[in-house]
Design a protein around this ligand. Structure first.
Ligand SMILES: NC(=O)c1ccc[n+]([C@@H]2O[C@H](COP(=O)([O-])OP(=O)(O)OC[C@H]3O[C@@H](n4cnc5c(N)ncnc54)[C@H](O)[C@@H]3O)[C@@H](O)[C@H]2O)c1
Length: 332
């Protein structure tokens, strides 16, 4: 076997620097791509325990351990923190939590092994390598501003906070920092990005929600709409994504993400339909363009703790964080 081919079959030995560092002859991927231990005590022990399947060069990027900051310890922040501890603990130094409601950060910290509580947003950013915003659009803008000056990576869930502030996206690119905007409660962003290369004619989002998933938005009271009095399918909003995010800042982050990935907030059309019959938060996206037509429908189970947030959004945040550490990218 040529030295280059042989090099490709090697993975890194786990022997720590204090015991001489990785061996000259590292782990070998044997027949059927199964890892075999090298002769170091550490590798043989991990092989016996069955934990040798996360060597540094096998799927996970060779990067230093990271500290993850989470701002907002509600539905998404809590799920993400627990998943991070469960799946990524070999990759992280710890989790730093901040919530403007301290009882929430304390409650979450109580259920984690590797977490600490910060006293301010600035502190959580200072102490983290990647800061995850799971709070509000206003918090997202504040985090992006501080993170740029402190040179920290950011993941934003309240994507609506980026509309009208898309300059942050270019600033992160110029600074060489990671800015992650997960797909959240929708699917189809992969197709939308591919369509964009050839040209998009139209993007339409139709969102269907139950009254309790949308109640409380100032727009509804301004328009004199009592969602709890709605008895049948009713269109409560029909406009573009910019207007949708202004009208429903807590409910329609998905339209902001579609706009950013596609043809912008003025051209992306949004319709919101409410009915007491709906038990799921449904997002139906239709994209037309040079490659053809794409229709994607997500029928989302609402989170029991916050009916405005779909379970899929929390799962998407967790997967996006895994992707941050992963050297393999599947899908567009
Ligand atoms: N991208 C998507 O598809 C998608 C889907 C669902 C929710 N979201 C957004 O993600 C965010 C989090 O959703 P959630 O369901 O976890 O909400 P949640 O209400 O369950 O939790 C939000 C938490 O943030 C805290 N918070 C509010 N402002 C804060 C601030 N300035 N600093 C620190 N903490 C603050 C609150 O006290 C609360 O604990 C919301 O803005 C929501 O609109 C996005």
């Amino acid at each position: 076997m040529s030295p280059v081919a042989q090099e490709k079959r090697w993975n890194e030995c786990l022997r720590p620097a204090s015991r001489g560092g990785p061996c000259v002859r590292p782990l070998i991927v044997g027949r059927q791509n199964k890892l075999k231990p090298c002769r170091s005590k550490e590798c043989r022990q991990q092989y016996r325990k069955g934990t040798l399947h996360v060597p540094l060069r096998n799927g996970l990027k060779k990067m230093e351990k990271k500290t993850i900051g989470i701002v907002g310890c509600g539905v998404i922040g809590s799920f993400l923190a627990k998943e991070t501890e469960k799946k990524l603990s070999p990759r992280i130094n710890g989790i730093v939590l901040f919530d403007s409601d301290r009882t929430r950060s304390e409650g979450l910290a109580g259920s984690l092994k590797q977490s600490e509580i910060a006293e301010s947003m600035k502190e959580v950013i200072d102490r983290s390598d990647l800061v995850v915003e799971a709070a509000t659009g206003i918090a997202a803008r504040e985090i992006l501003r501080i993170a740029l000056s402190e040179k920290k990576d950011v993941m934003v869930m309240s994507v609506g906070g980026l509309l009208g502030n898309v300059h942050f996206i270019d600033e992160f690119r110029v600074a060489g920092l990671s800015l992650i905007l997960p797909s959240g409660a929708i699917a189809g962003i992969d197709g939308l990005k591919s369509f964009k290369i050839a040209g998009i004619q139209a993007v339409t989002l139709t969102t269907r929600k139950s009254p309790k998933s949308i109640a409380g938005a100032a727009y509804l009271s301004e328009k004199g709409i009592d969602v709890n009095a709605i008895k049948e399918e009713t269109i409560v909003f029909d406009g573009n994504a910019k207007e949708a995010v202004e009208a429903f800042p807590k409910n329609i982050n998905v339209s902001a993400l579609l706009s950013i990935a596609g043809i912008g907030a003025q051209k992306t059309k949004v319709k919101i339909v409410v009915s007491p019959e709906y038990t799921k938060n449904t997002h139906e996206i239709e994209i037309t363009g040079a490659p053809g037509k794409l229709t994607v429908k997500a029928e989302n189970v609402p989170s029991p703790d916050n009916p405005k947030t779909s379970y899929l959004a929390a799962l998407s945040a967790a997967r996006a964080l895994e992707g941050y550490f992963d050297s393999v990218r599947i899908g567009t």
